[in-house]
Design a protein around this ligand. Structure first.
Ligand SMILES: *Cc1c(COP(=O)(O)O)cnc(C)c1O
Length: 417
């Protein structure tokens, strides 16, 4: 078998010319104004995930300041459910979206009011649904089965379940990294069943509040996101005569992507924010008293996180340099390319030392599988055993989206800096 063509799509050199991280005179990355090696020492060990508080705040603050009060910014915490980070985010956003009982626990602890926590997921257990009713959060209904359980819980606790109907949209978000709508899906209620669903909600005495629409993820095309938001808005209006109660919340989804290689253009949010401002004006007339919601995961946290591993060996095989580090795919599945990517692309990676010498090297982890590849033949500063290797854009879908038990290594440390 011949080797595939070198997959060099993001070099450390040209990424660092693009990225906003500061470095000191020794070429060392700064996080929270402190040199990376010092921060890593203070955190205790490698490998580790480091999340920059100021960067997290700045991203949310920027969006929030350009949105009218009627548009709520939610954090979809499956992107990064670290409790300290979720608490931090609770102070930056208007709501938190959870997808399981475990996430709900963290969200309730975060200080976010239950009024602004919502719960979506295609397989909510009866006990999760009862817990959600008791907690007083908004439940995005995705199945007719959920209605009976919610009605029973509402009677038992003497408070009507707060519900929104998640729609399986009749269209998809074009050019998304992950499509979550259009066609047959396990998510939400097909549009042609919504009328029936609204009747059932009404008969069961549940507290109807609105709709949840989610078309896709990791999108870097503003026009596609704008089109999807418009279509979602218009779709909701089609059922206006059938709302069991005045609409209070219309979740238009998210899908804002972040660049993972230098070939990805960062998302231009201006057209999207303009559209949301226009929709808010329309909603004041069409849906008085309602707020619109956008729910973002990766866009809010992805660029604020670093994954840091230490070089434990340096090997040369048939002329190719391998930096073997103490972390890998078991902790950062996405960087290894095994988290839903069709074509493996390198995350931006850097060796944390200034050096006048660079070389092409691959960064591999300690697992006994060739899939454990963090960077495939990228130009890096020449590294020695003990050096730190940094994987950028690692704040979302990192630790909890990885098979950490695979091969039985110790868990990865996470810290908010
Ligand atoms: C995964 C998910 C999100 C977050 O997606 P990102 O790509 O991280 O922004 C938001 N809403 C729903 C319903 C999701 O399933």
């Amino acid at each position: 078998m011949t080797d595939p063509a070198p997959a060099v799509t993001a070099t450390s050199a040209n990424w660092s010319s693009r990225d906003p991280w500061q470095r000191n005179n020794d070429g060392e990355l700064l996080i929270g104004n402190r040199p990376l090696a010092l921060v890593v020492e203070s955190v205790g060990s490698t490998p580790c995930y480091l999340y920059d508080r100021e960067r997290l705040s700045a991203r949310a603050r920027n969006l929030r300041s350009r949105l009218p009060a009627e548009v709520h910014l939610h954090y979809a915490m499956k992107a990064n459910p670290m409790p300290a980070l979720v608490c931090h985010m609770a102070g930056q956003v208007d709501g938190i979206d959870v997808a399981s009982r475990g996430e709900l626990r963290v969200a309730l602890d975060s200080g976010m009011s239950p009024e602004h926590i919502s719960f979506a997921g295609p397989g909510k257990s009866a006990s999760e649904l009862r817990q959600a009713v008791a907690a007083g959060i908004l439940i995005n209904i995705e199945s007719f089965r959920e209605i009976g359980i919610l009605a029973d819980a509402s009677r038992q606790w003497g408070q009507a379940a707060r519900v929104a109907v998640r729609i399986n949209l009749p269209f998809e978000l074009k050019a998304s990294g992950m499509k979550m709508a259009g066609g047959a899906r396990q998510f939400g209620i097909d549009a042609d069943q919504v009328t029936n669903m609204l009747d059932k909600i009404s008969q069961a005495g549940l507290g109807f509040e609105g709709f949840h629409m989610y078309a896709g993820s990791q999108n870097l095309r503003p026009a596609a996101i704008v089109e999807s938001q418009l279509r979602c808005y218009e779709l909701a209006l089609e059922w206006r005569d059938q709302f069991p109660a005045p609409l209070r919340s219309l979740n238009l989804g998210g899908g804002f992507g972040i660049p993972y290689t230098v070939n990805d253009m960062p998302l231009d949010t201006d057209p999207i924010l303009l559209n949301l401002n226009e929709l808010a004006v329309r909603a004041r007339k069409d849906l008085p008293g309602a707020h619109l919601v956008i729910e973002l995961g990766r866009y809010l946290v992805g660029e604020a996180g670093l994954y840091v591993a230490r070089v434990i060996d340096r090997k040369i095989s048939r002329g190719q340099v391998f930096l073997v580090v103490d972390g890998g795919m078991h902790q950062h599945l996405a960087a290894s390319g095994n988290f839903g990517q069709v074509m493996r692309k390198n995350y931006p990676v850097e060796v944390n030392r200034r050096s006048s010498e660079t070389e092409t090297a691959s960064v591999v982890g300690p697992l006994c599988t060739p899939l454990d590849l963090l960077a495939d033949r990228v130009p890096l500063n020449v590294a020695e055993v003990g050096d730190l290797v940094v994987v950028f854009q690692s704040g979302a879908y990192g630790r909890t989206a990885s098979p950490r038990d695979f091969l039985g290594h110790a868990d990865v440390v996470e810290a908010l800096i």
